[in-house]
Design a protein around this ligand. Sequence first.
Ligand code: PLP
Length: 247
Amino acid sequence: MSIATALQDVQQQMRAAADRAGRPASEVRLLLVTKTVAAERVRQAIAAGARELGENKVQEGRPKAAALAGEPVRWAMIGHLQSNKVKEMLDFASSLHSLDRLSLATALERRLQTLGRGLDVLIQVNTSGEASKYGLAPAELPAFLRSLTAFDALRPRGLMTLATFTADQTEVRRCFRLLRSLRDQARNDAPQGADLCELSMGMSGDFPAAIEEGATIVRVGQAVFGARPTPDSFYWPEGDTAAAPPA
Ligand SMILES: *Cc1c(COP(=O)(O)O)cnc(C)c1O
């Protein structure tokens, strides 16, 4: 299948899932995840209409974004970010889906103040309960959101999660529902409540379920570009990759 055809297929599945949930399809955006995909193949996806791209690692995303300079796209950083990579991340990304600790917020704020710009951020929550996953524990979220009010350059826009890697759809949906209820609660209670619109959840194996559970952004790579050569353990800690994501 060509990249263009696969992209259309994913978009069609996104519309169908939104329909099933009685949601307008325009409420859900595709973040096309391009890790391990060469710039020339990404260019085919852009030609087919992709506008929002995501990378998990700065050392891959920054040169790829440079190679695709001039294309009508925006880049999101979606992977675990070390504080010493903030400067390079801001060279290419216009949003961050994986804010997961105050020390990172501090490093981001310092650099953003120097640059005189802001950054849209999503807070990553560990909904699976797996010790190996990045993200805040659900109970930590309210205090974290309060602390973020001290960082003028950071614009919290919502929450992000990785569901448990399992074929058990009940468990996957439990993660999505938990993220949604945390977002809904934060909308009511958090100082930034009104701005917390986004739910970044769902990947190639589970994005239709995520949309049914309220996702506003799905992060999809392999369903468009084909299977990745690298194992997922390269992108998040070992111990949570027992089941490969369904194709
Ligand atoms: C790679 C990645 C995805 C997309 O995974 P696919 O299986 O390619 O759809 C989503 N979120 C994060 C954080 C990723 O690193």
